[in-house]
Design a protein around this ligand. Structure first.
Ligand code: SAH
Length: 452
């Protein structure tokens, strides 16, 4: 047992999956944010639970060789990056350990090879999408990021993980908010107009899409604002106003008003082009997306004769990759505008062996299977909560040769793999790909094969 508000010296033995240090004081577990394995640190206990406590780092008595100096001036405040105190190499080993540990502990996987995480050569300015909350501090507008564990907005002059242009556009928009006297949204009262600013960009096409999310029916002076923005940043090809009048944490509403240009931008993955609407999902790290998709394609091991399902297909990115190597592909996605993009993307890339379906994978796939359509290879890329059992049960009955599981959440991946391993599949390989440097997020692609 440890006591609150008392200082202790503790040896850090490991990390949690969030990247916090873990140590023991007389056998009692303590978590220390900012401490690294093999460090001896001085902490103050700030919270005591039944079986563990939280300590605040006071002093590092012997720093780990894996410790790095955070490059961001607001690293300690901002809720965005959490691993800037680790060298990049250590972040990659940490992510590999998280995947291995989760697949062993939750997945109970015995025959899997866990490859080392593939990192970026230049892990900076990788994000192609940024969503800044907009608010007011001391009578001035602020556009930044939520601080750790709160919805206070903190600003940084430069965010080194975003596309370089995002910060300059944000500064310009702050000027415009002041110039045109636009109010900013207050989450507590639900009053105020501008609530979020989304900037999506493509380095390959040099196009930028800006979305003002507002709590109102229209953006005043929208013509002037659009003109001034485009004059300052000719790369802006699209400006959209998104209406969100709900008192909710969900960022985007479902109605868009286009105030400049088209309502889409184009990006490229390898030599394929993709149009992306404001509401569609698109991978945020284009460099690593190519690595991830190439691995997914390798695990799919297509020869040209296969029927393939690509479930949770978004705007059809993986689907189109697969279609070039398969006989026929079926893509399923729940967001209708994403399916509209997907169909157009297939046409734009000259692909005609795909059928896309708008709907939930767990509803569409049992119906397709009931109609006699089954797949030799299935690719799934679900959101954080993983796949529904109803979908997995249909895949078990269908018994494809391979399932390629792309996941952004090792825990739900391990849960689903455990379910499938008990029903005829075996997980043989997994490749973590670092899509989110400086954060604890882990992306993986995993191969399941029929046991026989
Ligand atoms: N494979 C795509 C998208 C992956 S993100 C890519 O690499 O870009 C996960 C996608 O699943 C999102 O587009 C989301 O809208 C979609 N989705 C969420 N729940 C779903 C469900 N139950 N059925 C089908 N699609 C779903």
């Amino acid at each position: 047992m440890v006591n609150k508000n008392v200082d202790y010296v503790v040896d850090i033995a490991g990390t949690t999956h969030e990247g916090n240090g873990v140590g023991k004081i007389d056998g009692f577990t303590v978590f220390v944010e900012g401490a690294l394995p093999e460090e001896k640190v001085k902490i103050k206990i700030v919270k005591v639970n039944k079986s563990f406590a939280h300590g605040k780092l006071i002093e590092i008595l012997n720093p780990s060789p894996n410790r790095a100096t955070p490059f961001c001036p607001i690293f300690k405040k901002c809720g965005g990056c959490t691993l800037q105190h680790m060298t990049y190499e250590e972040q990659l080993s940490f992510k590999t350990r998280v995947v291995k540990d989760t697949l062993e502990r939750i997945g109970k996987c015995k025959s899997i090879t866990v490859h080392d995480a593939i990192g970026m050569d230049e892990p900076y300015n990788y994000r192609n999408k940024v969503q800044f909350p907009v608010g007011t501090e001391k009578d001035s507008p602020v556009i930044g990021f939520y601080s750790k564990r709160s919805h206070r907005i903190v600003e940084t002059p430069v965010c080194k993980i975003q596309h370089e242009i995002a910060d300059s556009i944000r500064e310009k928009i702050k000027e415009l908010i002041i110039k045109y006297e636009l109010t900013t949204y207050n989450e507590e009262t639900g009053i105020g107009l501008v609530r979020h600013l989304t900037i999506r960009s493509s380095k390959k096409s040099d196009q930028v899409l800006v979305v003002f999310v507002i709590n109102g029916k229209a953006l005043p002076n929208s013509k002037e604002i659009a003109n001034e923005l485009v004059e300052a940043f000719p790369q802006i090809s699209s400006i959209t106003v998104n209406i969100n009048q709900e008192k909710t944490n969900v960022i985007l509403g479902d109605r868009n008003i286009n105030i400049y240009g088209t309502d889409k931008i184009t990006d490229y993955i390898e030599d394929l082009s993709f149009q992306i609407s404001p509401l569609s999902f698109f991978q945020v790290n284009p460099v690593q997306t190519e690595v991830l998709y190439r691995k997914a394609l390798e695990y799919a091991a297509l020869t040209g004769t296969e029927t393939v399902f690509d479930l949770y297909c978004g705007i059809g990115t993986i689907t189109i990759f697969l279609a070039k190597k398969a006989k026929k592909v079926y893509g399923v996605e729940v967001v209708r505008s994403a399916i509209a993009d997907a169909k157009q993307n297939a046409i734009n890339n000259g692909i005609n062996n795909i059928d896309f379906f708008a709907g939930e994978a767990e509803k569409v796939i049992p119906i397709l299977y009931g109609d006699g359509i089954s797949a030799d290879v299935v690719v799934v890329d679900p959101p954080r909560k993983g796949c529904e059992e109803k979908l997995l049960d249909t895949l078990v009955k269908m018994a494809p040769k391979r399932i390629v599981y792309v996941s952004c959440n090792p825990s739900t991946l391990a849960r689903d793999v455990n379910y499938l391993e008990a029903r005829g599949f075996v997980a043989t390989e997994v490749q973590p790909v670092d899509m989110f440097p400086w954060t604890a997020h882990v992306e993986t692609v995993l191969l399941l094969e029929q046991k026989n």
